[in-house]
Design a protein around this ligand. Sequence first.
Ligand code: ATR
Length: 262
Amino acid sequence: MEITGKTKIMFVLADPIDHVRASAVMNAYFGSIGDDLAVSPIHVMPGDLGHVVASIRLMRNVFGFGVTIPHKTCVIEHLDEITPTAQLIGAVNFVKRTAEGRLVGDNLDARGFIASLAQHDIAVRDRKVLQVGAGGAGRATAFGLAEAGARELTIMNRDDQKARALAAAVAAHYPATKVSAGRAEPRAFDLIVNTTSLGMKVDDPLPLDIEGVGPGATVSDIIVNPAVTQLLARAAAQGAKAIGGQPMLDAQMALVARFIAR
Ligand code: ATR
């Protein structure tokens, strides 16, 4: 890759930085479509976020930046505008820098997640979905699943209070989806989605017991690394369809390209 004065520059802001994969995925994607764009991860401590964002605003060859843990919510106060989707989810994962230096935040997690399911022929419309986790990523997937027409959405989380708050927020915006919070029997669902961080480490327990979940059901785990979590390995062994987090990241690339186009 040759980076010159004509190259469009982007960043990915994170802390810690070691786990960041989005920059490599973006560089590969933009390279593959012949776009002269280069992305670098930058390690930004939470206390420095405002200064870094204010500096990026002044960098005229920067077209935008990705935002990941722990900046997805805190970045909002430093932006000029966020999209209604980002507002609903309460988090931003991509920021566009306009030619005038305005910073506009969006959240592409929900649309990326739903697009990745569609690309793998996994239907959401009229299906019963069980989601584990109600953190930042879980908020995006829950709104995405309701938007995509899930008939039922049950949200299960260690902190039940958070699951109930998310269920109420989703139900308020998507009355056609029957949304609830609490424990449920996984075998009664068409699609099971893990949005917790359980599965990133080899010695993590399973985020839920999927006994009885087999052919006809799909298990999705949005963890990118490892590509096959224990949960996905178990699902595949039981005959269920298994899909990891990489497709969700891949599906966001076309959305990023469209979002930052000037
Ligand atoms: P992210 O932005 O990646 O979603 P997050 O907002 O910190 O990160 O959310 C992490 C999710 O993983 C939450 O649903 C969290 O459950 P709590 O809301 O109860 O904290 C879940 N999680 C993390 N560690 C967990 C553990 N050891 N057991 C069960 N759930 C866990």
